[in-house]
Each structure stands twice: as structure tokens, then as C-alpha cells.
Design a protein. Structure first.
Length: 211
């Protein structure tokens, strides 16, 4: 059963949920957290505005009408799908790309008629120069919001486990603003996660690589 969603406005999480857990109770004690209990549509729209335009640091929208308010939330954006991979090699190292000043995992937008798995493999290949990429299990989905060419975008990223070889030469896709790629040992993840998007931690937690 799905108890909710987490959408990132940059570094700011917005939880739309039917159930409070330990993490959300802790978050609710922050002075910068917006808390909306059993919302109205106008309260949801105001929360979106405040997260995007003010110094608010997080939001929790608690509702027993989760499907309704998730649909209402999505209606405020242009929604797009992307897919990508948490790629490991034979040494259990993980593949990270450096894009626009942040460490990230390779991913990209879904093409018309393309399956999510095929998209994930293609984007990993294009962004890293890898050729032999083995698609594994679906890990999780993440959501984040951004502005692009006058549109307000909600991107859903679907993440898969993948395998590749460390022997292959890595080639960053410069035209996608990727300037560096590296294999990171799992005991050195903190070196990249200190300058990575918070949604990347969710992917790693889902793969059992973070607590």
C-alpha cells in the first residue's frame, strides 16, 4: 500500500502522505516546515507557491484523500518521465556523473514509444560511454520540480539497478553538461553524497547501500 510521495523543490522536500512516520515527526519540528493537515485545494496550491518562492524549507501535506491530492498536485505542472540507473561493476563500485556542479546518477527523458527499461539503459550508455550495460531490477521512483523555458516541470525518475564492467572506457556526454564520471567505492560514498541531490540518497537506501 502506498502511503505517500516525496517531491523535491531543489533541496526542499514536500511530502504528500496519509501516514506520519518517525522521519516526518522529526521534520514537523523544524521551524521552516509547512504543515498542512487535511488540506483544501487552495492550501495545496499555496504550499507549492511557498516552497518554490519563499524561504520555507520543507512541507508535509497530510491527507486521507491521498490519490485526490496527488492528482491535484500533479495538475499544477507539466509532467515528464525519465529513467536511469544505479550502475555497479565487478568490484561493487558505483558509477557517478558530475553534471552542473553536482554528483548525480545517469538518467534521461523517456522517448516516445520507448519502454522505461530501454530508456534507462540508453541514457546510461549515452551519458557515460558504456556499451555493455545489463538492466536489473526496478529500485524506486523519485520526483523533483524545476523551471524550464517558461514551463513548471514535475519530473518522475524511474531508477533501476544495472551492471557494467570497470574495464570499459568512460566518456562523459559533454553536450549534456557532464564533465566527469567515476566509479566510487561504497566506503567512499560520503565524498560524493555531500554534493549530490537528496533524491540520490533515496535510490541508494532502496538498494540497501545507505542506512
Amino acid at each position: 500500500m502506498n502511503n505517500g510521495y516525496c517531491v523535491y523543490f531543489g533541496e526542499k522536500p514536500c511530502f504528500i502522505t496519509s501516514h506520519m512516520n518517525e522521519r516526518l515527526y522529526a521534520l514537523s519540528s523544524w521551524g521552516g516546515t509547512i504543515i498542512v493537515n487535511q488540506p483544501s485545494p487552495s492550501a495545496v496550491l499555496q504550499t507549492i507557491h511557498d516552497l518554490d518562492r519563499t524561504d520555507a524549507e520543507a512541507a508535509i501535506i497530510l491527507t486521507n484523500r491521498l490519490d485526490y491530492y496527488w492528482s491535484l498536485f500533479k495538475e499544477q505542472f507539466t509532467c515528464i518521465d525519465a529513467a536511469g540507473g544505479l550502475v555497479s561493476n565487478e568490484k561493487d563500485e558505483l558509477l557517478f556523473i558530475f553534471r552542473k556542479g553536482r554528483w548525480d546518477l545517469p538518467k534521461g527523458k523517456l522517448d516516445a514509444g520507448e519502454t522505461l527499461g530501454a530508456c534507462a539503459v540508453r541514457e546510461v550508455q549515452e551519458e557515460t560511454g558504456l556499451h555493455a550495460v545489463q538492466l536489473g531490477m526496478h529500485l524506486c521512483n523519485t520526483w523533483h520540480v524545476y523551471h524550464e523555458r517558461g514551463a513548471y516541470i514535475l519530473k518522475q525518475s524511474i531508477w533501476y539497478q544495472m551492471k557494467a564492467s570497470s574495464i570499459e572506457v568512460l566518456v562523459p556526454q559533454i553536450e549534456e553538461d557532464i564533465t566527469s564520471i567515476k566509479w566510487v567505492p561504497q566506503n567512499m560514498l560520503d565524498e560524493v553524497l555531500g554534493n549530490a541531490y537528496p533524491s540520490i540518497r533515496k535510490v541508494l537506501r532502496q538498494a540497501g547501500m545507505l542506512g
